[in-house]
Design a protein around this ligand. Structure first.
Ligand SMILES: [Zn+2]
Length: 310
């Protein structure tokens, strides 16, 4: 009787505070420790899947690309270049029959959750070829893949890796009439000239693909005006390092322009100096641009949380 009275008093107190309880649930049907609005998306359910690996079932080259791309997602998260669960980092795979497939994030996972085995393998139209460990719950965001598939499908392209983000500073610079000043600093000079693409709304229309490819041309960086940025590379490390440099250069430009606006003016270097920086940086480390740097940051991830390798 005493317990019943306590229960009634607790319910009355909760009702007063606006907390509604029901006696209809059982412990089996409802667990306060794992509840999410969608049961399949609980920590338990997703976590169990992400602890599995499929790397022993795929060719070695694909396994390596999966690990590198998962590392890129984790690094985007680490540096806060991601935008919730949207946007994509993709890499192309040449299949034994010569056809192209692509690795992409499952739409719904956070970047810090991505593992090598959680990446989806898709064809050029976004159809899933290998669902990985979470493909029964999440699928590819075909609309978001429109930009990537356009670049990947370009004949003889060297853009095997295509990375996209909406980081505020570079998006702000992409939305100014002056745009990105490639020769402003040593950092920006290493990147060199960039390309531009005008905003046409959220990119879901395949007709826009031709314009994206035309505008990118032979450049490795495409500023999407009023939207964001794309970096490309022959390797994931190259595209990642290009993004790293670009976002740092964007900060330098923002700082320089704000000081100049206050009356300092901008001192521009000679164009020859910028061109020299661009050329020298290509082979400065003894590796293809970005490979050494990307390996260094994979070691950082290994110290922090090596689960991306699963
Ligand atoms: Zn975007």
């Amino acid at each position: 009787m005493r317990l019943l009275i306590q229960s009634v008093l607790r319910s009355a107190a909760n009702a007063k505070r606006g907390i509604h309880t029901t006696s209809a649930y059982t412990k089996e049907a409802f667990s306060p420790s794992t509840y999410t609005p969608v049961a399949a998306l609980s920590s338990d359910n997703i976590g169990a899947r992400l602890s599995r690996t499929i790397l022993h079932t795929v060719p070695e080259e694909e396994a390596k690309l999966r690990i590198e791309l998962a590392a890129a997602y984790r690094l985007f998260d680490h540096f806060s270049w991601n935008d919730d669960v949207v946007n994509h980092l993709t890499v192309s795979i040449t299949e034994p029959d010569g056809s192209k497939s692509f690795l992409i994030n499952p739409y719904g996972l956070r970047y810090d959750e991505i593992t090598a085995s959680s990446l989806l393998k898709i064809d050029a139209k976004g159809n899933v070829l290998n669902p990985g460990v979470v493909g029964d719950i999440f699928t590819a965001n075909k609309a978001g893949f429109v930009i990537h598939s356009a670049i990947h499908a370009t004949p003889n392209t060297k853009a095997h890796a295509v990375l996209h983000c909406h980081e505020p500073t570079i998006t702000g610079i992409a939305s100014t009439k002056d745009g990105f000043i490639s020769s402003l600093s040593q950092t920006s000079s290493i990147i060199g000239p960039v390309a531009y693409h005008d905003f046409e709304g959220i990119v879901v229309d395949e007709k826009e693909q031709a314009t994206i490819v035309k505008n990118l041309g032979d450049k490795e960086v495409l500023l999407l005006r009023n939207h964001g940025v794309i970096t490309t590379g022959q390797t994931i490390g190259g595209a990642w390092y290009r993004m790293n440099l670009l976002l740092k250069a964007a900060e330098i430009q923002k700082t320089t322009q704000s000081i100049a606006t206050a009356g300092g003016g901008i001192y521009m270097p000679k164009q020859e100096a910028a061109d020299k920086a661009h050329q020298v940086a290509k082979t400065f480390s003894g590796h293809t641009l970005g490979v050494m740097e990307f390996s260094a940051y994979m070691r950082m991830l290994d110290k922090m949380d090596p689960s991306y390798r699963l």
